[in-house]
Write a new protein. Structure first.
Length: 452
């Protein structure tokens, strides 16, 4: 009489005689029997521990929205229960590979599984196991992620056209990646325009097969070249990293987040350098940040994205010399006065990394991060500031309640193997979201519990 779900594995198999919109997990399929076990008359589960599943055939999740949801499920509010484990196999929009998700408590992991078979129906299947789980609340956040899978507008090419010898067909250009090599050099919005010319072009750009072909084309770029860009003027070059549907999600989130790009000006970029993305992780971290900002409704808060940078030779010297300190280049932000269009505050910041001894970590090099705040005493307003890193490998959140403090020592201390230090070795910059609000406008809302 056990009512709990003990189905095997994270299977891709069928669900017996279930309807296509069945929300229950009946076990079958998958990779083996998972953790299935029997019961006897003397054993009973704790009646507060339970599980439930969500299964949707012919549906998929948008990858950026799912990445945002992962952060939510990893910090499930106490009133919604305690999540012990979650696992799933999902179809991701614009991706040919199965998306494998696994979570144990607040530790989450995603990876690419095998590709969906040519005749295999794409679907989403996920199971939640925990104590006192609020199923309605969890479903209310997860179900909006699901969207119907859109088939190609034209059937796939089965064989070469008899007229192939007289000229290359569009389908063949797409299959061989020639089309995607040609489209790689366009801004992403221009790729969308090209896709609107015909059903065949639309399929070539928006189908799950498109991203691997764009990535193959990008692999021919010079070593060290960016794989994605976002300019101060609003141009996006993202189709070598994101499926086209995810590009749309990214752009809408960016606009809804109302973020100002405040990167350094150079001879090549008069109004500021573009945001550079070297990997899918880079652009996912940014996209999730914009989605989070969308959920905060506070018109009195100003959001900036900026980068604290070092010269490569400065960073090389910093890591080569034991016990050395380093300071980033100054970053300048201009904050408009909402009460006076002719008035503005100029704020300047710098990140410092100073050596620090820790008796509990003998022989380990440690550095504490501090923030240098320049010009605070001459500003019209007193600002509260939250600093949030935008990076796929680490999260640093710093709450500065009063920007007039010249040196703000943070609680952030890093050993030499910390992802922050490893990231600085590879790329001498720290990318931050800065959220500013004048003290006269009330408290600055936190984006997460650790920033409050």
């Amino acid at each position: 009489d056990c009512q709990e779900d003990h189905g095997g594995g994270h299977g891709h198999g069928g669900n017996g005689d279930c309807a296509d919109d069945c929300q229950e997990d009946h076990g079958g399929g998958g990779h083996g029997q998972g953790h299935a076990h029997g019961h006897d008359k003397t054993s009973r589960h704790d009646n507060e521990i339970g599980s439930f599943s969500i299964v949707r055939q012919a549906h998929e999740v948008e990858p950026l929205a799912f990445a945002r949801w992962i952060r939510i499920i990893a910090t499930l509010p106490e009133e919604q229960g305690k999540l012990y484990r979650s696992k799933g196999v999902l179809a991701a929009a614009g991706r040919s590979a199965k998306l494998i998700f696994h979570a144990v408590a607040d530790v989450t992991e995603t990876s690419d599984g095998p590709d969906w078979g040519e005749h295999e129906q794409r679907c989403c299947k996920i199971v939640f196991i925990g104590k006192k789980l609020d199923r309605k609340a969890i479903e209310a956040r997860f179900l909006p992620l699901l969207q119907p899978f859109v088939e190609k507008l034209r059937p796939p090419l089965r064989a070469a056209s008899p007229s192939f010898s007289r000229g290359m067909k569009l389908d063949m250009l797409a299959q061989r990646g020639v089309l995607h090599h040609a489209l790689l050099g366009l801004w992403t919005k221009d790729v969308v325009r090209v896709s609107q010319c015909s059903a065949g072009l639309r399929d070539a750009v928006f189908s799950p097969d498109a991203l691997p072909l764009f990535q193959t084309a990008a692999s021919g770029l010079p070593i060290g070249a960016a794989r994605g860009l976002q300019t101060r003027e609003g141009q996006m070059w993202l189709h070598a990293l994101l499926p086209m549907n995810s590009v749309k999600k990214y752009v809408l989130a960016w606009r809804g987040a109302k973020v100002q790009l405040a990167t350094k000006c150079t001879g090549e970029y008069m109004w500021g350098e573009p945001l550079r993305f070297d990997s899918y992780g880079d652009v996912e971290a940014a996209g999730v940040m914009w989605l989070e900002l969308q959920e905060i409704t506070d018109d009195s808060t100003v959001n900036f994205v900026t980068e604290f940078t070092w010269r490569p030779e400065t960073m090389q010297s910093f890591f080569a010399e034991s016990g050395s300190a380093t300071n980033s280049a100054l970053v300048k932000l201009t904050v408009d006065d909402p009460a006076d269009e002719n008035n503005e505050d100029e704020l300047r910041f710098r990140v410092n990394l100073n050596p620090e001894e820790n008796p509990d970590s003998s022989g380990m090099k440690m550095h504490r991060m501090s923030l240098q705040l320049v010009g605070g005493k001459t500003s019209t307003y007193v600002y509260q500031i939250f600093f949030h890193t935008i990076d796929p490998t680490y999260q640093v959140h710093i709450n500065v309640p009063d920007h007039r403090q010249p040196i703000f020592p943070t609680k952030e201390v890093f050993h030499q193997w910390h992802p922050v230090m490893a990231g600085l070795k590879a790329r001498p910059r720290l990318r931050f979201l800065l959220r500013l609000k004048s003290s006269d406008s009330g408290p600055l809302d936190a984006m997460c519990g650790c920033c409050g």
